[in-house]
Structure formats: C-alpha cells, structure tokens
Ligand binder design. Sequence first.
Ligand SMILES: *Cc1c(COP(=O)(O)O)cnc(C)c1O
Length: 234
Amino acid sequence: MSENKDIHNIANRITNTHNKISDACNLSARPTTEIKLMAVSKTKPIDAVMEAYEAGQRIFGENYAQELYEKSQILAHLTEIEWHYIGPIQSNKTKIIAQSCQWIDSLERLKIAQRLNNHAAEFDKTLNILIQVNISRSEAKSGVLLEDVESLAAEIVNLPNLNFRGLMAIPDQHEQVEQLKSEFNQMHTCYLMLQQQYPNVDTLSLGMSQDLITAIECGSTMVRIGTDIFGARG
Ligand SMILES: *Cc1c(COP(=O)(O)O)cnc(C)c1O
C-alpha cells in the first residue's frame, strides 16, 4: 500500500481503533470514557498528523525530540493538539522537549526531571509527567523498576513546574498473554497505590496496537496506537 493510500485511510483506521477500544471496554465492563487514545505519529509525515487531526484525533505521541519539535512548530496553529513525548530523554534535548509538548510520558531519572522542571519554568508552563516503568525487568529496556517508582514520584511532586499524572510501560515483545497480564496488573496495583497518595494521578498508559485489549482489561486509561492508525513504519 502506498503512503498516500494510507493517509486517506487514517480516518477509517481511527474509527476502527475506537471500535476496538469499545469492544474491549464492553468485555471488561468499563465505560469507554475511561480510555484515551493516543495516536503515535513517529516517523510519519505532517500530512498524516493533519489527516488524523481532521478526523477528530487530538492526542499525539512522538519519540524523537527533534521530530517532535519540528512537527509541533509546523502544526502550532492546531491549538487543540496535545503532544506527548514518549521516547528516551537525553539531557541535551530536555529544552526542546519541554518547549514542544504538554506531556512527558517516559521519565525515568530525577536529574532529567529537574532539568525539565527548570525549562518548563523558563517557558512559563507546567509539564504533565508519567514515570516509565521497566515492567519486564529487561536489561535493554528504559524505565525504572517497579520498586523504585515511589521514591522517584516523591521527588517529582516537589518540582513546581511538573504535574505528576501517573505511569507508562512498554512490556517486552512476544510475551505470553499470562505474563503480559501479570505485568499489566502489577502496573495497575502500583497506579492505584499512587492515586491514594497523589490526587492528580489519573493516567495509566498501557497498550499498543498488539496488546490493546489486554491492557484495557488490566486497567489502562490510555492506549498508544501507531501501526493500527498510520500503517507500518518503514
Ligand atoms: C512506537 C510506539 C508505540 C506504538 O506502537 P504500535 O505497535 O505501532 O502501535 C507506542 N508506544 C511507544 C512508547 C512507542 O515507541
């Protein structure tokens, strides 16, 4: 399928994704209003983002700092877009990340949190923050271990230009569904514990194109969908 054809299918693909979300919600007896849909537009052209926006999509995720910066500049007139940064954060990129988005969903280090807080103050804004958890305890994966979430959260809530909103995780690929459920359920338990301590916590970002249904069954409040909306990445 050509790139162009993909673009004209984006509205349909978004509708299909919403249908999948509501099927999953029905299965889990959850209201669909509990689940937000993030469109992950990394590597996809501006036209694709605009097509999704015209189809009503408002939450977008990017995971390369420079690409986020460029897209957010070019699309600055689309004032309803909510940009999320979901990629690894290098300290020399904290300024353009802080400038370009409203949410950072991949925080894993206090030092980075402090830098983001300082930049957010310079830009006179507040950044919403999710801590990324290395739920599969994989050497290769980003994120903090589950047992280290509480201490990092306790530091983040002291930073005035950051608003701590919850957790995000990317499990290992090709996991058995029982293992995946166990990891998602551990995330959900940690999320509920944080909600008791911090009233602003309202976001549990779990689920991608392949595991959306399991994620919703296990309590996700935000799914991050790339391939199912924009097609495969080259
Ligand atoms: C790329 C990416 C996604 C989207 O994955 P798909 O399988 O294409 O839906 C979701 N979350 C993160 C953090 C990503 O990097």
